[in-house]
Unconditional design. Structure first.
Length: 423
């Protein structure tokens, strides 16, 4: 869009000196709109993830975030967001247990043993997949005050999300979701013949998979439950002219139940870090202490709006995450940062570095993050999924729009301090 190019030129002229950071920002800012956004018809927006020709509810929401600051001023940008939100709501109504969808009902994607739908690329149930469109809707409305995409389909999708979250609070008793994958990636199959392990009610809501699309070890995924709390409270705060009072009340009640579960079951007292959040729990005393670069993560909690940057439990958790006691924090010759079990051991994620920068409290840490980003794009001037901690020329996913968009968001978020951060 010419609007974005004009805005980009003005931003760079004002905020960025000519150099590698400007080139990196220009490449990353335009990547999503130039390569992954399609308009199948008027009023409709399809956003695929990059090198995979499918639309994730999570990724498509995150990919457009850097453009939010333009939406209030430009009707074309509002139309793009509106079209995406409406498509996301349609997808949720088609199958709220799916994480990724086709542009049309073409039957492409994974063929797993679960309920099939020609619209669905992959049917991995993940809490965050249902949160992201609602989170984006709240951010869009709060930025623009445009309620046009938040009509009846939005309320139907919201009620569907509430029904699923409530059902999955008691997964073993109430849910008919199951997932079996055969072949090379059979490790994605849920135990108990695809149904999942038996776990008790905690107040939290069950998830089969993480934002990485990897299978959970313990199915109360704490950062995703926190994201649900933020999202449900955000939707309720939109007001009765958008969300009926009874629906808003249901959102708040469910958010309180989930948050109560997080408070009761989602923390441990670590001998080195003190009280901190766990990544996953089964509600029976088994906890997984780690963090993953994908968002929502424990590192991202202030970014998604769950807590403040100076929250004591978060700060303890952050110290653990950015230490080698976290099995997915890697230190190398070229960079140190958060990785993921989704990629090879020793691979740092640009998204992990960016979330560290977006949750940093000092310019010094932000400067270190920007320096690491500048040193690890392997001459491509794009962000990647993961890169080898000792050799950034070895990386996964050369075309990963979410990572590029998050870099653009990091620069925009820190625009007032760029001169200091680049120096």
């Amino acid at each position: 869009m010419e609007i974005m190019k004009t805005w980009l030129d003005e931003f760079c002229e004002k905020r960025l000196p000519h150099g590698d950071v400007e080139k990196l920002f220009r490449s990353c800012f335009m990547n999503t709109i130039e390569t992954t956004v399609e308009f199948p018809e008027e009023g409709d927006t399809y956003v695929f993830t990059g090198d995979i020709p499918a639309m994730w509810l999570r990724d498509s929401s995150a990919q457009l975030i850097p453009y939010l600051n333009l939406a209030k001023e430009y009707k074309e940008i509002r139309a793009m967001f509106s079209g995406l939100l409406k498509r996301q709501f349609r997808y949720i109504l088609l199958d709220p247990y799916a994480n990724a969808f086709n542009k049309t009902a073409n039957g492409h994607g994974h063929k797993d043993k679960t309920k099939q739908n020609d619209w669905v690329w992959e049917r991995k149930y993940e809490i965050d997949s249902l949160c992201y469109p609602l989170w984006l809707a709240c951010r869009y409305y709060n930025e623009t005050k445009d309620s046009e995409p938040l009509g009846e389909p939005f309320i139907k999708a919201l009620n569907t999300v509430l029904e699923v979250f409530e059902t999955e609070q008691r997964h073993n008793e109430r849910s008919d979701y199951s997932f079996i994958r055969e072949g090379e990636y059979a490790q994605d199959t849920l135990p108990n013949n695809g149904k999942g392990d038996e776990i008790p009610y905690t107040g939290m809501t069950w998830s089969a998979f993480r934002p990485s699309d990897d299978r959970c070890v313990y199915n109360y995924l704490v950062p995703s439950n926190m994201f649900a709390v933020v999202t449900l409270r955000g939707v309720a705060a939109l007001g009765k002219n958008i969300v009926p009072a009874a629906v808003a009340k249901r959102c708040v009640s469910l958010a309180d139940e989930i948050d109560g579960g997080v408070t009761r079951f989602g923390t441990v007292n670590h001998p080195d870090f003190g009280k901190m959040y766990v990544y996953e729990t089964d509600g029976k005393g088994n906890n997984l202490l780690m963090d993953d670069a994908n968002v929502p993560s424990l590192l991202s909690l202030p970014y998604i709006g769950y807590c403040k940057l100076d929250d004591p439990v978060y700060l303890n958790t952050r110290k653990f995450i950015l230490s080698e006691q976290n099995p997915y924090y890697f230190k190398g010759k070229c960079a140190s940062g958060l990785g993921s079990p989704h990629t090879p051991k020793g691979y740092i994620w640009h998204i992990g570095l960016l979330l560290q920068g977006l949750t940093a409290r000092t310019k010094e840490e932000k400067r270190e993050i920007l320096s690491a980003l500048r040193a690890t794009h392997a001459g491509t001037f794009f962000m990647h999924e993961g890169f080898d901690k000792d050799d950034p020329s070895r990386f996964t996913r050369p075309w990963f729009s979410w990572a590029n968009s998050l870099f653009a968001a990091f620069i925009i978020e820190n625009q007032a301090d760029l001169a200091d951060l680049i120096a």
